[in-house]
Design a protein around this ligand. Structure first.
Ligand code: URA
Length: 439
């Protein structure tokens, strides 16, 4: 089979067969497809699309490109949640231990930041000593004993996705429904889950910028996952503003600790989304009969401190400090320059260019410009205001945490440019957080 003929077929809009897709995925792993050929097929799929059968074949082949885990003898359901990527989305840090505290087993294999979006693995690496790459035996032992371990993608899990993803990231081929579906689900199926809650982010801070794209992506993920035997529910959720008050690695870990310990009032959208996704997971796993009783159970695990305790135990078991929750400031690095972003005028915060806010973090050094860049864990934004908030002129829209004054000056101007303020008496209606549910 000639590689260029497979690319040509897709370029002409033909459906690829299983043998052609298997050839491509083998070539990703053994290097027999060159970088140019991988990029060309990626772009051909981006432009011509794939039918459902092709997406299923690609997902299966990528899942089987490496190790496939299974958890046959677990005492409870093996569950996970995945987000398609957002700004300030720290939900996994809270949700995984919370579901474990309610009886689920969560072997969460998380990702790094991508483009303007943050990644759970990068956030966890802001915790001194925390290893996101334990050996498989330790991962297995932790999931069994604590019910939760959040680690990074291992070299042997869906290696085809690892290579394809890196190429897509630098060839403008991320935002494709079949490619995102296969990328996410190959990893989740390889993790041996029994239930998956998908958070499909939709809006100007998400890869799915429009509602149509979000719905198409959610439908594709639910269909392909269910077809592969993985029970999946998808929530399409709003990403037209930063989720919560913090963006940036150490700042988001601090936010997650405050959430779990209840030390500060829980930001309402973050709390609502954590409970909504957690409820889907508990129902999928048979740990609650319906979402209403699941929500009660989740809230009780937060109030009793059981979720915070699971998080603390996971951090310690993976090499982090034993008293991180009691003394976050002693361990989470702080930026040397912290400055307010003054609102340029009085009025209501009515819109946010959320992708641009995500890019501010990249420019501050908290995200990557090139694969392999070292991140500055200290930088980012805190106290980010929510859409609908009414501010006086000069009141902070957010606090910038930067490595130096020049970086802070640039970030302040960029955040101001990303936020729209209109007259406070203009009509205002908050957008719903959960736009649709599927599965
Ligand atoms: N997250 C993934 O894991 N893959 C994609 O393609 C997009 C988001």
């Amino acid at each position: 089979m000639l590689v260029q003929e497979i690319i040509r077929a897709k370029r002409e809009g033909q459906a690829l067969g299983v043998a052609q897709i298997d050839h491509f995925v083998r070539g990703l792993v053994d290097g027999s497809w060159s970088e140019g050929q991988v990029a060309a097929l990626g772009m051909a799929v981006f432009l011509r699309g794939m039918g459902r059968d092709e997406a299923v074949a690609l997902t299966r082949a990528m899942m089987n490109s490496g190790r496939v885990l299974s958890w046959p003898d677990m005492p409870g359901p093996v569950l996970d949640k995945h987000s398609s990527g957002g700004v300030g989305d720290k939900i996994s840090l809270m949700l995984a231990p919370l579901v474990a505290a309610c009886g689920g087993y969560v072997p969460m294999i998380a990702g790094r930041g991508l483009g303007h979006t943050g990644g759970t693995v990068d956030k966890l690496e802001a915790i001194p000593g925390y290893t996101t790459a334990p050996d498989f035996g330790d991962f297995d032992r932790l999931v069994r004993s604590l019910g939760v371990a959040i680690i990074g993608q291992t070299a042997d899990l869906a290696p085809a996705d690892r290579r394809f993803y890196a190429t897509r990231d630098v060839t403008a081929t991320v935002e494709s429904v079949p490619l995102i579906t296969a990328s996410i689900l190959s990893k989740k199926l390889a993790a041996g889950l029994q239930g998956l809650a998908m958070d499909v982010k939709c809006g100007n801070g998400a890869f799915a910028a429009t509602r149509e794209f979000g719905e198409e992506l959610a439908r594709s993920i639910v269909d392909v996952a269910t077809g592969a035997g993985l029970r999946t529910r998808a929530l399409i959720t709003d990403m037209n503003q930063v989720l919560g008050h913090e963006v940036g690695n150490a700042l988001e870990v601090r936010g997650a600790i405050e959430y779990l310990t209840g030390r500060k009032p829980r930001e309402s959208r973050t709390h609502a989304l954590t409970l909504a996704l957690g409820a889907e997971m508990l129902v999928l796993g048979g740990l609650a009969p319906d979402t209403a009783s699941a929500t009660v159970k989740l809230q009780a695990a937060l109030d009793s401190g059981a979720a915070a305790e699971r998080f603390a135990k996971m951090v310690t078991a993976l090499g982090g400090p034993a008293d991180l929750l009691e003394k976050p400031d002693a361990y989470l690095a702080a930026a040397p320059v912290i400055r307010a972003v003054p609102a340029p005028r009085a009025g209501r915060l009515s819109a946010m260019k959320t992708r641009d806010v995500g890019l501010v973090i990249v420019e501050l050094g908290g995200g990557r410009r090139l694969p392999g860049d070292t991140l500055d864990m200290r930088v980012g934004l805190s106290e980010v205001r929510q859409l609908g908030d009414v501010l006086a002129a000069g009141e902070p829209l957010a606090m910038v945490h930067a490595a130096d004054e020049a970086a802070a000056d640039r970030a302040i101007a960029q955040v101001q440019a990303a936020m729209s303020i209109e007259d406070a008496d203009a009509a205002w209606r908050a957008a719903p957080l959960v736009l649709a549910e599927l599965g």
